[in-house]
Design a protein around this ligand. Structure first.
Ligand SMILES: Nc1ncnc2c1ncn2[C@@H]1O[C@H](COP(=O)(O)OP(=O)(O)OP(=O)(O)O)[C@@H](O)[C@H]1O
Ligand SMILES: [Mg+2]
Length: 326
């Protein structure tokens, strides 16, 4: 199965999604950095109120904003603010940006928009579509890889469903046409990949299974693998898989200079082994429940704080996914 899967980097648009705190932003930054290092022109679009990607790629850098900024050669990061995207869209449609800006500064208008459902998602996806369509003067894609840090699941699926809903609610006109373009982009397996990020624990595993089901059944957005983040590696060297049990069998009175008694050492070892085995169990469950191959990423004891940490997860992230036996 793994040989038939194309590399993540073969897509033009990768939308990273998943439950809160699973490592989406870390995966976005690692993927973007690795892609830029491999020579691609990469754009990261963060969706949300705050910026998290820039400080991972270039610690200490200033905010990049809606206009975006190149943080390294070939790697630009921007944050999609729906109000800015809407002002830009209306300015282009109406040809009078100054009037649009005036309306947008009006507090009542902003309050009305804050309370209206759906438009943020649609306009954000419209902006992503526009970025995906941009070309160089030679007609090549301006952004060879566009990586989107999507909102956490739940909200994340609404995000992807809005073009379909809008397309069926509006019968004609530019909104219908534009929703159709976005829907076509999202459903095209040649261009787009939805990349779910999960943790190997019970609740994230179940939520990921539901996500994969809904994405395939209701949304039709291509999904071909699941990233399983923060897997704790085997704690003991090869051939010593039962080290904690061996230590537990030592005489209780045995002493080791500077170390606690065997019972304490055995309990520490058993805890590490249990964490490793629990991760493997839930990773296998994710594979079974989704029917998708996995991309396992290691747990880094110091967290993910900068480019060196990103490089450590980039290699397994871009490796061929593993079909895990349940
Ligand atoms: N493989 C890993 N090993 C260790 N720590 C990790 C790993 N991946 C992510 N983390 C840490 O987990 C925390 C959450 O990661 P991150 O911000 O990437 O998640 P997120 O899904 O984007 O969160 P949110 O839903 O809040 O946007 C961070 O502190 C990050 O450093
Ligand atoms: Mg995040």
């Amino acid at each position: 199965m793994a040989e038939t899967l194309r590399s993540i980097l073969a897509r033009r648009l990768v939308i990273v999604t998943g439950k809160g705190g699973t490592g989406k932003t870390s995966v976005v930054a690692a993927l973007a950095l690795a892609a830029a290092r491999s020579g691609l022109r990469v754009l990261v679009a963060e969706v949300g109120r705050d910026e998290h990607v820039p400080r991972l790629i270039a610690p200490g850098t200033k905010p990049v904003g809606y206009a975006g900024r190149a943080l390294r050669p070939g790697l630009t990061v921007m944050r999609i603010d729906p109000f800015e995207a809407l002002a830009e869209y209306l300015g282009l449609q109406l040809g009078v940006r100054a009037v649009v800006d005036l309306v947008f500064r009006n507090r009542a208008f902003r309050q009305l928009m804050e309370a209206s459902p759906g438009w943020r998602e649609l306009i954000t996806l419209g902006k992503i579509w526009h970025l995906e369509q941009m070309t160089t003067p030679d007609g090549d894609p301006l952004h060879q890889l566009l990586v989107v840090d999507a909102p956490a699941t739940g909200h994340g699926l609404t995000f992807l469903d809005v073009p379909r809903v809008a397309g069926s609610a509006v019968r004609a006109g530019p909104l219908r046409k534009h929703a159709g373009w976005v829907e076509a982009m999202l459903g095209d397996p040649e261009r787009t990949l939805l990349l779910p990020v999960a943790l190997a624990e019970e609740l994230p595993a179940r939520e990921t299974a539901e996500l994969a089901l809904r994405v395939r059944r209701d949304l039709g957005v291509p999904v071909d693998r699941v990233v399983v983040n923060c897997l704790v590696g085997a704690p003991f060297p090869p051939g010593l898989d039962d080290l904690d049990e061996r230590v537990a069998r030592l005489p209780a009175a045995a002493t080791f200079p500077g170390l606690p008694p065997p019972g304490v050492l055995a309990a520490c070892g058993a805890h590490l082994r249990a964490r490793h085995e629990l991760g493997r169990h839930w990773a296998a469950q994710i594979a079974r429940m989704t029917g998708l191959p996995l991309v396992p990423l290691p747990y880094l004891a110091n967290g993910i704080r900068g480019p060196d940490d990103l490089a450590q997860i980039a290699t397994p992230l871009l490796a061929a996914p593993e079909a895990v036996a349940a």
